[in-house]
Design a protein around this ligand. Structure first.
Ligand code: UTP
Length: 405
C-alpha cells in the first residue's frame, strides 16, 4: 500500500497516531513502518469476536486419583507402547512474555535453584527424561517461541547442551504476533518506526506448527498424539505414560489433566460440559448453587481446575485447524513511545493485547477425558516472583517432594 492509501485507512480507523513520527524516519524505516501497518488486522481490534460464555453448563465426569490408581499398570503399559511406537510428541508453549514475572529473557531461563543452577527449561527436560528412560525412546519435543524470544531460547538450549536431551528430537517453531493497543483500541508504537506487536496468545499453536512444516514432519515420524503444556509449571509431567494410556483407552479425542479445587469458591477455571461439549468455565460463570452442588458420590460437581496440560489427537487437531477461535482481550503492561517521542515502560497495565487461547480448543472436541492429578506433585506454576503461583511457592513445593534446589 502507498503512504496515501495507508493515511486514508488510518484516518478512517482513527489510528493516525501510527504516522506521528513518520517524517523523522529514514527511507528504509518508513518502508518498514508502512509494511507493518499494512499487515494490521484492524477488524480484529474494532470488532473482536470474543466469547460471551453462555450455554447450558452441566458437570463432566472425571477419572479420579483412586480410579487411576486401580488401572495404573494397564494405562502405563498402553502409554509406554504408544511412546515406543513414536505416537506421542510434546509441545512446549514458550511464546509468552511472562510480563507478571518481569524477566528480560524467556521465562524458561529463570533459575529456580538455590545452591545450584536449575532453570525452568531444565526442570521440564528433567521431567521428560524420566519418561525417556522408562520407555527407552526419545519423545519429539516441539517448542513454540515468539519473535520476541526465539533467538534467546534457542541459544539457551544450545549453550546448555539441551540439558542432556537429544537435539535431533527438539524442534523450534515461532508463533504469530498481534498488535497491542491502549484501552481505547489505538495501536501503540513501540518505537517511532515500529508498531507494538506481541505474541497472539497460545491458541494459535497448531496453525503455527503447521505453517512451520512440522505437522507433516511429525506425521512422517508416526505421531498421533500431542501433549501440550505450559512453560511455567516446573512440576509438569510431560508425555506421562499413564495419562497417555488412559486417554487412548478412553477413545476420546483429548485428555485434560486437572486438579481438585482447594475450596468450592477457588477462582480457577473448571472443566465441565457446555451445551453437551467439554468446556472450561470461568469461576464467575458458576452460581453459588453450582459451586456447592454435589454429584451422586457426594463430591462437588464442579470440582476440577485445568492446569494447561492436554493430550490432543492429531487427527482431530487437523479437523479443527481452520475453525475460527474466539478472541480474548487481555490487560497488560505494554512499553510504548508517547506523543513526545519518549519511551515509556509502564508499571501498571496500560492497554490490551489480543489473544486466542488453547482452552477454547477443548470445546471444539467431541468429548474429553478428565484426568485428575495430585496438585502437590504436578502443579507448581511460576507466574509471579512472590505470593500465589510464584517462584517462592514453586520452590517450597519442589522441596516438599524432595527435589534438591
Ligand atoms: P500465560 O497466560 O501465563 O502468559 O501463558 P505469559 O505471557 O507467559 O505471562 P504473563 O501473563 O504475561 O505474565 C500460559 C502459557 O502459554 C504460553 C506461555 O509461554 C505459557 O507457557 N503462551 C502465552 C504462549 O506460548 N504464547 C502466548 O502468546 C501467550
Amino acid at each position: 500500500m502507498t503512504l496515501e492509501q495507508i493515511r486514508k485507512q488510518l484516518e478512517e480507523r482513527g489510528q493516525t497516531q501510527l504516522l506521528r513520527f513518520y517524517e523523522e524516519l529514514n527511507e528504509d524505516e518508513q518502508k518498514t513502518l508502512l509494511e507493518e501497518i499494512s499487515r494490521i488486522d484492524f477488524d480484529m481490534i474494532d470488532h473482536p469476536q470474543g466469547t460471551d460464555g453462555g450455554g447450558v453448563i452441566t458437570p463432566i465426569g472425571a477419572l479420579t486419583l483412586d480410579q487411576i490408581h486401580d488401572q495404573e499398570a494397564e494405562f502405563r503399559n498402553e502409554g509406554i507402547r504408544a511412546i515406543q511406537n513414536n505416537e506421542v510428541a510434546a509441545v512446549l508453549l514458550a511464546g509468552g512474555q511472562g510480563t507478571r514475572l518481569g524477566l528480560d529473557g524467556p521465562k524458561g531461563t529463570l533459575n529456580v535453584g538455590l545452591t545450584k543452577e536449575l532453570f525452568i527449561f531444565q526442570c521440564l527436560i528433567n521431567n521428560l527424561m524420566d519418561v525417556k528412560k522408562a520407555a527407552d525412546a526419545w519423545i519429539p519435543l516441539l517448542i513454540m517461541t515468539s519473535d520476541k524470544n526465539d533467538a534467546a531460547t534457542r541459544a539457551f538450549f544450545r549453550e546448555h547442551d539441551y540439558f542432556g536431551y537429544n537435539p535431533d528430537y527438539v524442534f523450534f517453531f515461532i508463533q504469530e504476533m498481534a498488535p497491542s493497543t491502549d484501552f481505547n483500541g489505538k495501536v501503540y508504537l513501540e518505537e517511532k518506526g515500529h508498531i507494538s506487536l506481541s505474541p497472539n496468545g497460545n491458541g494459535g499453536w497448531f496453525i503455527s506448527l503447521k505453517k512451520a512444516g512440522l505437522v507433516d514432519k511429525i506425521k512422517e515420524m508416526g505421531v498421533k498424539w500431542l501433549n501440550i503444556f505450559a512453560v511455567d509449571n516446573v512440576l509438569q509431567r510431560i508425555a506421562d505414560p499413564v495419562f497417555v494410556g488412559a486417554t487412548i483407552k478412553s477413545g476420546k479425542p483429548i485428555g485434560a489433566k486437572v486438579i481438585r479445587k482447594a475450596a468450592p469458591d477457588e477462582k480457577v477455571g473448571v472443566i465441565c460440559n457446555r451445551d453437551g461439549r467439554p468446556s472450561i468455565v470461568e469461576y464467575y460463570e458458576l452460581t453459588d448453587a453450582m459451586m456447592e452442588e454435589k454429584n451422586e458420590d457426594g463430591e462437588l460437581a464442579y470440582n476440577f481446575g485445568v492446569i494447561l496440560n492436554y493430550l490432543f489427537s492429531l487427527g482431530e487437531l487437523e479437523r479443527i485447524a481452520n475453525d475460527q477461535m474466539p478472541l480474548h482481550i487481555v490487560d497488560k503492561k505494554i512499553p510504548y513511545v508517547d506523543e513526545n517521542g519518549n519511551k515509556i515502560k509502564p508499571e501498571q497495565p496500560n492497554g490490551h493485547k489480543y489473544e486466542t487461547l488453547v482452552l477454547d480448543m477443548i470445546q471444539m472436541m467431541d468429548g474429553c477425558l478428565v484426568f485428575e492429578v495430585d496438585r502437590a506433585k504436578e502443579f507448581a506454576p511460576i507466574k509471579n516472583m512472590h505470593g500465589v503461583d510464584s517462584l517462592d511457592s514453586a520452590r517450597e513445593m519442589m522441596q516438599k517432594i524432595g527435589i534438591e534446589l
